[in-house]
Design a protein around this ligand. Structure first.
Ligand code: FBP
Ligand code: MG
Ligand code: MG
Length: 349
């Protein structure tokens, strides 16, 4: 029988005697521990109360559900026992003080991602990013969260799905752990994830087609055109409306995910948040050999201006990301051949 290494043991080996690594490991173990408690709440569904009930709006004007708030509070309480100074959360306008005087790390977090899916029994998740407290006497708590994604020390997502899984990177590849429910432990099942390169599959909320910019429309048109189009391949489409589940699928079988900017009010910079959604996802995906871009720039090199800043997010297998960037930076790459494929447009094909 295969024996699986537990998360704590695995991180302990990685950290050795290194003080910073030990702090990172402790922080991950704390978040993962609360992830187990959140998984149990989600699995109980209505038996655990009105988890999907709307409580109001968060800092960004999104509806806040009971489970959003409970997940935020559980994780913040757990971090008290770690070297975390502040937690920057989707559910709080300002960074929340954890151990402000002694902490050496900060955690940026989306405590519950995909919360519009709570009542529909579809996978939801937690997304987190661990960054160092910056040196210098003029540092501010907020400033620690506004470092580019390249400064991340670790990033993870917990997917509360048929299996509860933890996808993690500490900068040495991407690992996947699965929750052994009977023993309440995460066990390592994949040591080094590599995103398959050529799966013809894309994920996008196609109901926004008419609001997209031309490069994104052209990219999707070319996928939809299938064997008769410029890609000469039939594509499949997925949209779970749960970022964590889309990341997991892309790690497992490849493809591309797009949440681009669009012309709707409030979507000029897309929907997803740079600091606690796009950056951790980009780190995980890059460590699995993939890429993440806003259409032209590498996500992890963007300098955030605020904690809740939004960003267009496109990630997946690297050749697909390179193609999307070409559509944005060299428009002739799709415009030139337009006559060959007739009039563009989703509904005209
Ligand atoms: O409803 P839309 O526009 O398709 O957006 C879905 C996206 O919104 C999100 O639910 C945003 O995250 P939150 O639930 O944390 O606000 C993502 O998980 C998902 O990719
Ligand atoms: Mg989210
Ligand atoms: Mg959320």
């Amino acid at each position: 029988m295969t024996t699986f290494i537990g998360l704590e043991e695995h991180l302990k080996t990685w950290a050795g005697a290194d003080e910073t690594r030990r702090g990172i490991a402790q922080t991950i173990v704390s978040i993962a521990g609360n992830g187990i408690a959140i998984a149990e709440l989600i699995a109980a569904g209505p038996l655990a109360g009105t988890l999907g009930a709307s409580l109001g709006e968060n800092a960004d004007g999104d509806t806040q559900k009971e489970l959003d708030v409970r997940a935020h509070e559980m994780i913040a309480a757990g971090l008290k026992e770690t070297p975390v100074a502040y937690m920057g959360s989707e559910e709080a306008e300002e960074p929340v003080a954890i151990n402000p005087d002694t902490g050496t790390l900060v955690v940026a977090i989306d405590p519950l991602d995909g919360s519009s899916n709570i009542d529909t029994n579809v996978s939801v998740g937690t997304i987190f990013s661990i960054l160092p407290v910056q040196p210098g006497s003029d540092r501010t708590p907020l400033g620690d969260f506004l470092q580019p994604g390249t400064a991340q020390l670790a990033a993870g997502i917990i997917v509360y799905g048929p299996q509860t899984s933890l996808v993690l990177t500490v900068g040495a590849g991407t690992q996947i752990y699965i929750l052994d429910r009977a023993n309440r432990r995460f066990l390592l099942v994949r040591e080094k994830v590599e995103i398959p390169l050529d799966k013809p599959e894309y994920a996008i909320n196609a109901s926004n087609y008419r609001f997209w910019d031309e490069p994104v429309r052209a990219y999707i048109d070319d996928c939809i055109a299938g064997e008769e189009g410029p890609r000469a391949t039939n594509f499949n489409m997925r949209w779970i409306a749960s970022l964590v589940a889309e990341v997991y699928r892309i790690l497992a079988r490849g493809g591309i995910f797009l949440y681009p900017r669009d012309s709707r009010k409030g979507y000029q910079r897309g929907r997803l948040r740079l600091v606690y959604e796009a950056n951790p996802v980009a780190f995980i995906v890059e460590q699995a050999g993939g890429g993440a871009t806003d259409g032209t720039a590498r996500i992890m090199e963007l300098k955030p201006g605020e904690l809740h800043e939004r960003v267009p997010l496109i990630f997946g297998a690297r050749p697909k990301i390179e193609r999307v960037i070409r559509y944005h930076t060299e428009p002739h790459s799709f415009v030139d051949r337009a006559p060959l494929f007739g009039k563009r447009g989703l509904f005209r094909m």
